[in-house]
Design a protein around this ligand. Sequence first.
Ligand SMILES: O=C(NCCCCCn1ccnc1)c1cc(-c2ccc(F)cc2)cc(O)c1O
Ligand SMILES: [Mg+2]
Length: 214
Amino acid sequence: TRSTRPQRLLGAVQKNATRGDPGSVIQAIDHYCRNKEWAMNVGDEKGCILDSVVSEVNPATVLELGTYCGYSTVRIARLLPPHAKLITLEFNPAVAAIARQVIAWAGLEDKVQLVEGASGDFIPRIKEQFGVKTFDLVFLDHWKEYYLPDTKLMEECGLLRKGSVLLADNVVCPGAPDYLEYVRSSPRYESRYFKSHLEYTKVEDGLEKSVFLG
Ligand SMILES: O=C(NCCCCCn1ccnc1)c1cc(-c2ccc(F)cc2)cc(O)c1O
Ligand SMILES: [Mg+2]
């Protein structure tokens, strides 16, 4: 039977990237998705904005909602200080299996904990199961209609502290209008929009960076 898009993306990594070299994994995925087959990675243009936010926050604890094939997981993990931890959540087991192999090819498995499941079930269990008090950085890149309910859930579960940074992908395309309205109007957030483009296209998209004020 025909392979899946994530399987073909993994093949491109194994063919063109060097084991243990995260930069070559990022390059291999971007080249494949720009020239052969589009895929919903954050991509190189928005990826540079992601890099700058990760470097600025220099987080000890990171939560990523929406792993997909692990492209942004690798982008974030490669910039983390030695004992920092990234927990990434993927809903689809078949996709999670591909992501594990991409993360391993980059040699970053020691910094990353990939969890399979639904965010609504997972978020309330994080403190107890993963020994995390609060997250310094959260990257939202899962189902766009879940950005708002999951942000409220993280607040309620005490996973955000004064200064925690939320960075949300796709706030224009596909869009997360209720989330944008919330973080931009709430007195508990300081929000800023980084205008960019939908990965590998000329369509407008962007990242919204929101600092939780406590
Ligand atoms: O839907 C997206 N991501 C979520 C995928 C499933 C998450 C599963 N999950 C993980 C944890 N909990 C749930 C997404 C879509 C697009 C896009 C843009 C234009 C277009 F024409 C088609 C698609 C671009 C992205 O950058 C995206 O991120
Ligand atoms: Mg995205």
